[in-house]
Structure formats: structure tokens, C-alpha cells
Design a protein around this ligand. Structure first.
Ligand SMILES: *[C@@H]1O[C@H](CO)[C@@H](O)[C@H](O)[C@H]1NC(C)=O
Ligand SMILES: [Zn+2]
Length: 399
């Protein structure tokens, strides 16, 4: 990602605003304190040397190299063995780069998705969780632990944590014949691990975002089956949540887009609740711990339309709703950014774990999984004792 802040034109802002009002209704349901307390933590799976999820990504993985193929295989293996109900696709492209002369370099995007089993693909709007998996060409040996090995592992853990809940929820809907939750059509979820985000030489429109540019273009051109709710795979993205530069201690996350500020605020609220319930292992910024620094602002109080160049840009340019979760403000990117210090040892693993729990919670709320998540024995005992503890699960927001 580039540190250059690009201004959005007023026209684009206007278009984004108009888009928002033509979108189908998105429903979103808070989960209870009991469910929050029972969300699984990744534990040893995030060990930097032996962890089943994270450690295989903590290596060089420059596009077109053996390291890249190994990490791609790790994603495929994980979904095939742990999440067999997910559909896996690889989207390929090639491009020249400023350092490869006439050679075509291959870029492979990894896509995994899960839809309600009865749904037509074109009728499903998907929460889309995104991180890039490539590492920088230079400096040699660059690992990119926060950029973005750790975000990939966070997403893997979150999807594993909600998978059984999705199965239970959809099974119940099927049995009761309630195949439509509301007017919105069907709700699914997908993961994009994108290739070729980094520049090979120096950041420019041509030397960066290789995978994202190819996928956004392809999904804009492809047309879903006739009579589908969504015209293209691109318009099937209900929210594009991009995670980048996460895994350093005490991150600060800004809200960039008025039309998705409501979703940013949901993350901010979950952060606060998880802290309140002592579910965060990392200590926050004293004296008032807060990652989501714009959580109490209204959407018209955001500090400007500045946006960071990252994988969301080709999607944003085509009208996709974006939530950019990046540790960038107000003091700039983490110190280790784009140096050899962005390595496994410098990750703050408690923070990485906390992120994975927060993302699990957000995905569970988006997919409306209250009542379907596996509860730990302790949490379900407490619930039996207290009755329906907080009543939080009743709250539902329509936007
Ligand atoms: C993309 O390339 C991979 C090899 O990296 C191959 O297995 C896969 O079938 C290709 N996908 C498509 C859609 O061509
Ligand atoms: Zn980077």
C-alpha cells in the first residue's frame, strides 16, 4: 500500500452517495455478551514457528515464486480440510513488471465463498473479507508479517469460527421453509486473498495492485444469470472489508468513508464490548484504550475524503462499498512498515489474536448468527443460571 493520500473528486463522492441509497436493505444483528465471551481464540494456531494457520504464511511470497505457491497451497489446504463447504476459486492473470523485463509474471488471487445451500449464485450478496498475501520484492528477505500475513491468518480463524454457525442457521431456515430472511435476497460470505498488491519498484498505477485490478475488472465484466438479484459478481459484494497493516501493538484505525461509517461503528462497538468483557488480551493505549478512533463520530464529522492507495481502489472506483481497516492514523503506518523489521518476531501476538476475535464477532453479527454459535461449556452454564442474560441479542439494525 502506498503512503500517498489521494483525494477523491467531489463527483465520485456524490456518486458513492447515490449508490448507497439504491442498495438493497442490509440487516445486521448484534450478538449477546455470552456469545462474545464464548468466541474461540486461535491459541497455538498463531504461534509464529509452529502455528497451523499463521506460521506457513510467515515467509517470502513474491508473486510467481515458490514461496507464493506454497502460501497459496496453504490456503487451499486449509479451506479443503477445515471448511469443506466453501467453494474455492483461483483467479489468474499475468502482467509485465518494471523488474522482470519482457517476462510475464503470474498473479493468482485466492477466492473462497459460502452461500446458503439453496441460493442461486447471482442472488447472494456477500460480506467480503480481504487481505493481500504477496510480499514485497525488495528488500530481499522481506516477510511482511503485518503486511499482510497476519491479516490473512485473522480472516482464516474468523471464518473457521463462524462456519458451524452458518451451517446451523441455514439448516434451521431450510427446515422451517424460511429461505428468505427479508427483502435483501440471500446473504453469503467470501474471502479474497489477493496477489500482487505491492509495487515491485516504486508505487504507481501500473506498478501495484496487480491482482486487485485484474479481479475488479473481471468481476465487473462478468454477468450473473438472467433475473439475478445482482447483475455482476462485483455488485454481489455487499461490503468490501480490507484488512492491512494489522498486528502491531496499539493500532489506530480511521473511518474513511461516510457510506460505510455505520459498519465502522459496529466494529468500534464490538471492540468496546470485548474490552469491557475482558476478552482482549492486548493492553490498549492508556488512558482510554481505543483502536477505532472515529467510533463516536457521526458520518459527517469524518476528517476528510483522503484515502490510502490499497487493494480497495479498483473496487471503490467501480462503486463497491468499502471499509478500510488499516493501522495508519493519526501517526502514520506502523514503524516496521516496508522494512526487514516487519517480521514474525515483531508481531504482537496478543493483538493479532484480539483482531481475529473482533473479526469473528463482526462476521457473526453480519451473518446474524446469534443463537447459532457454539458456546463454551462455561458460557452456556452461566446463561442457564442467568436466564437470557443481557437481551442484547434482540437488537437489530436495519440500514
Ligand atoms: C489458475 O492457475 C492455477 C495454477 O496456479 C490453476 O490450478 C487454476 O486452474 C487456474 N484457474 C483458472 C480459472 O484458470
Ligand atoms: Zn506493503
Amino acid at each position: 500500500m502506498s503512503s500517498a493520500y489521494g483525494g477523491l473528486s467531489p463527483l465520485l463522492i456524490l456518486c458513492l452517495g447515490l449508490f448507497f441509497f439504491s442498495f438493497p436493505v442490509i440487516s445486521y444483528q448484534e450478538i449477546s455478551d455470552e456469545t462474545l465471551k464464548s468466541l474461540p481464540r486461535p491459541k497455538t494456531d498463531f504461534d509464529i514457528h509452529t502455528g497451523a494457520l499463521l506460521s506457513p504464511i510467515l515467509r517470502t511470497r513474491v508473486p510467481g515464486t515458490e514461496g507464493s505457491r506454497a502460501v497459496l497451497n496453504h490456503f487451499v489446504d486449509f479451506f479443503q480440510s477445515s471448511l469443506p463447504d466453501w467453494k474455492i476459486e483461483l483467479q489468474n492473470s499475468t502482467s509485465k513488471t518494471p523488474v522482470h523485463g519482457n517476462k510475464d509474471v503470474p498473479f493468482v488471487n485466492f477466492i473462497a465463498s459460502r452461500d446458503p445451500p439453496w441460493a442461486q449464485a447471482g442472488d447472494v450478496g456477500r460480506l467480503t473479507l480481504v487481505a493481500h498475501y504477496d510480499s514485497k520484492y525488495e528488500p530481499e528477505g522481506f516477510i511482511g508479517a503485518i503486511d499482510s500475513a497476519a491479516p490473512c491468518a485473522m480472516i482464516m480463524h474468523a471464518m473457521r469460527s463462524i462456519d458451524a454457525g452458518l451451517t446451523k442457521k441455514w439448516e434451521k431456515m431450510r427446515k422451517s421453509g424460511r429461505k428468505h430472511q427479508s427483502l435483501e435476497g440471500q446473504k453469503g460470505i467470501q474471502v479474497l486473498f489477493l496477489d500482487g498488491e505491492e509495487a515491485f519498484k516504486s508505487w504507481s498505477a501500473e506498478d501495484s495492485l496487480y491482482g486487485a485490478r485484474s479481479l475488479a475488472e473481471q468481476w465487473d465484466d462478468e454477468v450473473n444469470a438472467a433475473m439475478s438479484v445482482y447483475k455482476t459478481p462485483l455488485s454481489s459484494i455487499s461490503l468490501f472489508v480490507l484488512l492491512d497493516l494489522l498486528g502491531s501493538k496499539d493500532p489506530t484505525i480511521q473511518s474513511y468513508f461516510e457510506t460505510t461509517h455505520w459498519a465502522y461503528k459496529k466494529l468500534a462497538a464490538l471492540e468496546k464490548r470485548l474490552r469491557g468483557l475482558n476478552q482482549f488480551k492486548s493492553t490498549g493505549n492508556a488512558p482510554k484504550p481505543q483502536w477505532f478512533i472515529d467510533g463516536s463520530k457521526g458520518e459527517h464529522e469524518l476528517s476528510g475524503f483522503g484515502s490510502i492507495q490499497d487493494d480497495h481502489i479498483p473496487f471503490l472506483d467501480r462503486g463497491v462499498e468499502i471499509l478500510h481497516v488499516i493501522d495508519a492514523s493519526p501517526f502514520g503506518f506502523p514503524k516496521v512498515w516496508h522494512t526487514l523489521d516487519d517480521n514474525a518476531e515483531n508481531l504482537d501476538i496478543d493483538t493479532v489474536e484480539d483482531w481475529s476475535v473482533l473479526i469473528t464477532a463482526f462476521a457473526a453479527e453480519w451473518m446474524e448468527l446469534e443463537g447459532f454459535m457454539q458456546m463454551s461449556k462455561k458460557a452456556s452454564r452461566e446463561e442457564n443460571v442467568n436466564g437470557k442474560a443481557s437481551g442484547q441479542w434482540n437488537k437489530k439494525t436495519e440500514l
